[in-house]
Design a protein around this ligand. Structure first.
Ligand code: HEM
Length: 411
């Protein structure tokens, strides 16, 4: 049997795609120059995958589920034991018996309850919830005149909001947040984070089974397409994990851009560019999920000039695709162009864009509205991002503003 091209390229040293990559954009450019739109990368020592950076190639692998499966059990390196069951890559790459892990009819069955729950979200009420939560967070820092908009704000808003949507209280949401940090690091403690995360959601499920309420969890428990508590639990796992870090990134980066890019800041202040335009520009230039795991080839297939072998893993290079000059002209994201692949495409594309936008828009708007004369106090370019191969979240965003006393109940 011929040696798969991925193994051949790996033998001569594929570049790492890991938490230590300091300059992902520079790394993508170098990869593209070296290999073209589909490049070999090393996810962990001895564990290789394709990074799909081409816009068209990405649309192909996300849309054709007959050739490119979402099911991690199809991964050759998982099947042959190259990736051990306790690998830190596991939580993001291995099969999960939920909407993310399945293809075809089974995927549609598990996705319907989610879509219905999301379609049922009352956006006016959601906006008011986010305004209340944001005002509460800002009231804590406002008298100080300084804050870290990542730790004090962006990192808290999504989980508190999603927590309220699914029926958690504030203390439980904070516990969940700590577990999520471990899980997303893909470091040594990723498995531990995963266990804590699922245990907390299991507790929520038990509480809502005993005493249903007007929350998403109770709605999922009632939905006929979900056949067991285990399926409801996995649906909750997906909702919380898919929504949290993506939103932290989106909110933090939109705040950073509006505060640091003079062109942008003046346009926003001048009222010519709305918060939505700012959010779109962030989405297009710095997608919250830089890289998204994964698809697994179901047959030998040619993609972007590379020979992908059955069982190879393909990582969705969402950030790299926004730099594909074959699909985009410079400045393509302006004028309301929403052609970015930040939400992915095909059957697994993000089902929560609308609530995600309501949450991000409200949070970014509230910070700008409530904190007067806000300015950054440290060069954001020198600060860098949290270590993760998957998401891009600034380590911190230190700001100063005119101290004020804000009533947390007033919005
Ligand atoms: C900045 C905000 C967000 C971004 C950029 C984002 C991005 C994405 C991407 C790229 C995927 C596709 C994965 C793939 O093709 O394999 C996805 C899937 C998903 N997202 Fe989001 N997301 C965001 C917010 C949210 C929120 C707030 C929620 C829910 C509360 C959510 C729920 C989901 C779910 C359930 C899936 C899996 C869908 C499926 O497999 O059928 N997302 N998201």
């Amino acid at each position: 049997m011929p040696v798969p091209e991925l193994d051949q390229l790996a033998a001569s040293g594929a570049p790492p795609l890991d938490a230590t990559t300091a300059d992902p954009d520079g790394a993508f450019e170098k990869l593209w120059r070296g290999y073209g739109p589909v490049a070999p990368v090393e996810l962990a020592p001895g564990v290789h995958a394709w990074l799909v950076m081409g816009y068209d190639e990405l649309r192909t692998i996300t849309r054709d589920e007959h050739l490119f499966s979402r099911d991690g059990r199809r991964w050759r390196l998982f099947q042959d034991g190259t990736v051990p069951p306790d690998s830190p890559l596991g939580p993001m790459m291995f099969f999960r018996d939920n909407v993310i892990g399945h293809d075809g009819e089974e995927h549609r069955r598990l996705r319907r309850p989610l879509q219905e729950a999301i379609a049922g979200v009352d956006h006016r009420r959601l906006r008011r919830t986010v305004e209340r939560l944001c005002t509460g967070l800002i009231a804590q820092v406002a008298p100080r005149g300084t804050a870290d908009l990542v730790a004090d704000y962006a990192a808290a808003v999504p989980l508190l909001t999603i927590g309220e949507l699914i029926g958690l209280d504030a203390a439980q949401s904070a516990e969940l947040l700590a577990a999520m940090h471990l899980l997303f690091s893909s470091g040594e403690q990723a498995q531990e984070g995963n266990a804590r995360f699922e245990a907390l959601l299991g507790g929520l499920l038990a509480a809502k089974s005993a005493a249903p309420g007007p929350d998403v969890t109770s709605a999922l428990l009632r939905h006929p397409d979900l056949r067991s508590d285990a399926e409801v639990l996995q649906t909750l796992v997906v909702l919380v994990s898919a929504g949290n870090h993506t939103l932290i990134s989106w909110i933090a980066q939109a705040l950073r851009l509006t505060l640091t890019d003079p062109r942008f800041a003046s346009r926003v202040r001048g009222g010519r560019l709305s918060v939505d335009d700012a959010l779109d520009e962030v989405l297009a230039r710095q997608p919250p999920m830089i890289n998204m795991p994964a698809r697994y080839a179901l047959a030998d297939v040619e993609l972007g000039g590379r020979r992908v072998a059955r069982g190879d893993a393909l990582i969705l290079g969402l950030a790299a695709a926004s730099r594909d000059t074959r699909a985009h002209t410079p400045g393509w994201w302006t004028h309301g162009n929403r052609a970015s692949l930040a939400w992915s495409a095909g059957p697994h594309a993000c089902p929560a864009r609308d609530p995600a936008r309501t949450i991000a828009r409200t949070a970014v708007g509230a910070a700008g509205h409530l904190l007067r004369d806000m300015r950054v106090t440290e060069d954001p370019d020198a600060i860098g991002n949290e270590p993760s191969p998957w998401t891009r979240i600034p380590r911190r965003l230190p700001v100063a503003f005119t101290p004020a006393s804000i009533d947390p109940v007033l919005v």
